[in-house]
Structure formats: C-alpha cells, structure tokens
Design a protein around this ligand. Structure first.
Ligand code: HEM
Length: 398
C-alpha cells in the first residue's frame, strides 16, 4: 500500500475550523493530486472526483448500511431506509414515497404557496431579518407541517423537536450534544406516533372537511410495521428540516450579490427550480455522505481496502471541472446540472422534489415581494457544524 499523501502545509484540512470556512482549495488540490485520499486525521478515505463519488453512491460494494450504522439512532426504531442496503432498502423506500414523492408534492402545492405567503407577510416592516431564524427555519417548519398535516397549534413543539433532533446529522457533535439529540429523537417519535392514527383516519375517510396529508397516507398504508413507518417519518424530519432551513441562507448568500441572477430567478418558476439546483451545487447543506466498502475497490487513483470508511465528498464533486464548466461560478441557468447535492443512486434524496418545488416558491416569492433584499452588517461566517454546512448570523434588510 502506498503511504498517504499529506495535504500541502498551506492548505487547511477541510474539516478544521479554517477549512470549514473555505474547504474548496483543499478539495481542488485533492481532486487534482490525490483523488482517492486516505485522511490520517479522520481515518477515512476521501473521494473528491465526481466520477468516483457517483461510483461510491451507486456501486453495491459501498454499503450505506455499514456506513451509516455508526451514527444510527439509539432509540427503539428499526433501521431506516438510509441505514439499509438493497433489497431491504426498497421495501422501506416504496412506502416512503407516499410521504415525500412527486405525487405527494403535487398535492401540497397550494399549502406550500400559502405557507410562503404567510412567511413573507410576517417579514413586512422588519428592519433586519436573520436568514435562518426568520426565513429558513419557519419555512422548513411550514413545509414539513404540510407533509404531516399539522395544525398551527402543533408548530412550536414540532419546530423545537426538529431543531433538537437535527444535531443527529452532525458527526462533529460532542457526546453531550449527541446524547441530547438521541433523547430528542425519542420525543419526536412519540410526537409523530400520537398524531399518526388521526392522520390515517383522515386519509382513510372517503371525503372529509380536512384534506388527507401525505403522512396520513403513509400511516394508513399498512405495508410497514408501525415502528418502520415512524422511522420513515422521523427520518424525513431529521434529514429534511435543518438542511431545508439552512439551504435558504446558503442560497441567498450566493444569489443576492448577483442582480442579474436575481432577475432570472424572479422571472419564472422553471428558472427558479434550475437556480435551486445550481445554488445547492455550489453550497450544499449536506457536504458528504459515508459508505463502508464490503470488498477491496480499485479506482483510478488507488485501491481502497475492504472494510474502509469512505466519504463521498459531494461538495468537492460538485465543483469538478471535468463535469462542470466554470465550476466555482454561480450559473443559475445551468442545465443539465448533474450535481450530487441530493446524493445519487439508491439513496438519492427522497425529499428532492419537495426541496426543488418549495425552494423555488420561496426564492421567487422573497425576491418578488422584497426586491431590495440585501445583506447587512459584517459578512456572515461559516459555522463549525460539518453537517449541515451553514452560515452563522446572516443578516438581511428588506
Ligand atoms: C436542501 C435540502 C436537502 C438536501 C441537501 C438533502 C440531501 C440528501 C442527500 C445527499 C441524501 C443522500 C444521503 C446518502 O446517500 O447517504 C439524502 C437522502 C434522503 N433525504 Fe434529503 N436532503 C434535503 C432535504 C430533504 C427533505 C426536505 C426530506 C424529506 C422531507 C429529505 C428526505 C430524505 C430521505 C428520506 C433520504 C434517504 C433516502 C434513501 O435512503 O433512500 N431530504 N438527502
């Protein structure tokens, strides 16, 4: 085995505080010089080329079940679709589409439009707006409330649970935070459990004053055990709420300094959807995902032994010049855009149709309703959180 190559001394490790602020120089160096890199700090293999990341996400020799198992929740729920490999994975994913698939999203268009309108109305008259606290988080809460059919009275408790469980995403979370995250996970499951029967009853009724929610359709489906069904529902909250909330600040940070791009996004719905993809390509809230090799795998840049932990560095792949023209620039009209911000292959993000639809609705609404929206105060800094990648204190003025 060849010895691991260290990063040149002037390049910050991408997971160090300095590297988190700007991981792209290190990713660029790795992609060009050591694309199959053994990182002595994390003891993981780092893949930075688009083609290698796609392979790791699609090839069954890279197991998601083994990769995610180290971070599996320590609650009573069975493995989720994110922590299983085929064929078990498909058994969980098919019913999961009832909650998050394209058909569910089509049925929610009106509800999401109402959520966006209410959120924008609430910003009127504000001198300063925090991108995450005032836009991203209420937006994510409103969108997921549509999925789960939650009444307004449930929203504060739901948002609190979603915020507290999201720590489960971050592999850098310390033991105390991780333990609090696991406790919150149990509370979230109980919260959803208490609402599932009513949601299923509404979905089962032939007609009713209250429309069926996607959660109700999932709860009434019957293909899964109750615990499996709740596992899918809670995965949507943990995997969806925070990344959706943080996508907003990340996107506005890149978009607002570019008036010509803002104009395009404001222009029409399809342009806004393309822009959501491009903004996710440039600053993905989920910068990597982990797999474990079930056997030795030889790639162009080296051989990864069996049983190795491998990070598919989505954020590096998304700027691979072999795939993307002007990889570091925002090109809001980019199409096709084969970015990996939603992953690829078997575990491709099931929430992607929802993110595209809701993200485009929010961006258009925001930029139309507040045409002068701009950043104020000191430039925002990137948080030390690895997952999701997010900004701290990004303040806007209307
Ligand atoms: C901007 C927001 C989001 C981003 C960047 C994102 C990204 C991702 C990525 C990269 C994966 C693949 C993980 C892997 O392969 O290991 C994934 C999986 C998943 N996401 Fe998302 N996600 C977002 C929002 C959502 C939302 C809102 C939901 C649900 C409402 C959701 C539900 C899921 C589920 C269920 C999976 C697992 C799919 C499977 O294992 O088959 N995501 N997401």
């Amino acid at each position: 085995m060849t010895l691991p190559r260290p990063l040149p001394g002037d390049l910050a490790h991408p997971f160090s505080p300095r590297g988190l602020a700007d991981p792209y120089p290190a990713y660029r160096w790795l992609r060009a010089n050591d694309p199959v890199h053994f990182d002595v700090t994390s003891r993981m293999w780092l893949l930075t080329r688009h083609a290698d990341c796609v392979l790791a996400l699609r090839d069954p020799r890279f197991s998601a079940a083994l990769g995610q198992r180290e971070r599996v929740r320590q609650d009573d729920l069975p493995p989720s679709m994110l922590t299983t490999d085929p064929p078990e994975h498909q058994r969980l994913r098919s019913p999961g589409a009832l909650l998050m698939g394209p058909a569910a999203v089509r049925g929610l268009a009106g509800g999401i439009a109402d959520e966006v309108d209410a959120l924008l109305a609430g910003l009127a008259g504000r001198a300063e707006i925090d991108a995450t606290a005032d836009i991203g988080e209420p937006f994510a809460t409103g969108v997921l409330a549509c999925l789960f059919g939650l009444p307004p009275a449930d929203l504060p408790a739901f948002a609190d649970l979603a915020r507290r469980t999201s720590v489960n995403l971050d592999p850098l979370a310390g033991p105390q935070a991780a333990s609090a995250g696991r406790t919150a996970m149990g509370e979230l499951t109980a919260f959803l459990d208490a609402r599932a029967d009513r949601a299923a009853a509404i979905a089962g009724a032939a007609s009713g004053d209250v429309p069926a929610s996607p959660f109700g359709r999932l709860a009434a489906d019957g293909r899964l055990s109750r615990a499996e069904m709740l596992g899918i529902a809670s995965l949507a909250v943990v995997g969806g709420w925070k990344p959706l909330a943080e996508m907003v600040g990340n996107a506005l940070h890149r978009l607002l300094p570019r008036p010509e791009a803002v104009e395009i996004v404001r222009g029409d719905g399809e342009a806004a959807v393309l822009a959501v993809d491009e903004l996710l390509r440039l600053e993905s809230p989920i910068p990597f995902t982990v797999r474990v090799t079930t056997q030795a795998v030889t790639l162009d840049g080296g051989t990864i032994p069996a049983g190795s932990r491998v990070l598919a560095l989505i954020s590096a792949a998304n700027r691979d010049p072999d795939v993307f023209d002007r990889p570091d620039d925002l090109v809001v009209t980019r199409s096709p855009n084969p970015h990996l911000a939603f992953g690829a292959g078997t575990h491709l993000c099931l929430g992607a149709p929802l993110v595209r639809h809701a993200g485009a609705a929010l961006l258009r609404g925001l930029l139309t309703g507040y045409p002068g929206l701009h950043a104020v105060g000191s430039p925002p800094v990137w948080s030390r959180s690895l997952v999701p990648r997010r900004l701290e204190r990004f303040t806007l003025a209307p």
